[in-house]
Each structure stands twice: as C-alpha cells, then as structure tokens.
Design a protein. Structure first.
Length: 149
C-alpha cells in the first residue's frame, strides 16, 4: 500500500504535537487509583473531589478566572480537605473554577500543553464535573493571586 505525502505529513504533525509525559507527575497522578500506604502495610484510598465547571451560568465560560501561585509554586491537593495529600506542585498559571471556603478548585494543562487546551472557554448548560482533557485539583486561596495581579 502506498501512502500519499499529505497523509504522511499529517501523521508526522500529529505525533510531533504530543508531549512526553513527566514520569514523576504521572506517578503522583496515579496515587488516587493505587491508594496511599497506611499503617501495617494497608493501602488506604485517596479521597478526591473533582472540580465543577459551569458555576457562573449557561451564558458564561465554563471556567474563565485565572490565577497563579503567590510564591514560587502552589501545592495542588486531591480534594478541598487540609488532610488531602498533595497531588503536585504547580508553578504556572491556572484556571479557578470553583470556590469552597478556603479552597479553590482549579484546572491546568499537563506539562507541554497550553492553557487553551483545557477547553474551559465554552459555556456549559449547567454545572458539572470537569471531564478533561486537562488536570484538576484544589489549592488554598491564600496561596494564589489573580493572574496579572
């Protein structure tokens, strides 16, 4: 079978756009599925709470507010609980999509991807759990500032 140059170019371009995942970041992301080591070798589940989008109504972007870490980086947790394990450290801008007391639910792209890849600029009919393609987590409000601020 002979392939045309246009098809080969398309395949090469699509492969070039794929970023290589960071193995350490992937290992932390898998913690919710594997669980965390507990006492006496018992594996405990990681409690997580998915971030909701569309909280500003059907005519607003699913998640439009942007923020950045107040310091060099911000701890992103699995849920909005002080006891929740840290999922990762984020040192770049992120979307703030949900607020719950002292915590904010955020969405951010994986390493090598842009903020626009998160698809948060489109309105959703009613609030719902974020389904991707970007990552999500919870940060303490006191540890972030508005982007550009």
């Amino acid at each position: 079978m002979q392939r045309t140059p246009a098809i080969l170019s398309l395949i090469i371009l699509s492969l070039a756009g794929c970023a290589k995942p960071d193995p350490a970041e992937l290992a932390k992301s898998d913690a919710a599925f594997r669980g965390q080591p507990g006492a006496q070798g018992v594996t405990l589940p990681v409690a997580s709470r998915i971030v909701m989008v569309g909280n500003d109504g059907a005519n607003a972007p699913a998640c439009a507010a942007r923020a950045r870490p107040r310091g060099a980086s911000i701890a992103v947790h699995w849920s909005n609980d002080a006891a929740a394990p840290v999922k990762m450290q984020r040192d770049e801008e992120f979307f703030v999509c949900e607020r719950d007391g002292d915590w904010s639910g955020i969405i951010f792209p994986a390493t090598g991807f842009s903020m626009s890849s998160c698809a948060t600029d489109t309105a959703v009919r009613e609030p719902r759990e974020y389904q991707g393609p970007c990552r999500w987590g919870w940060v303490k409000n006191a540890e972030m500032v508005a982007a550009g601020g």
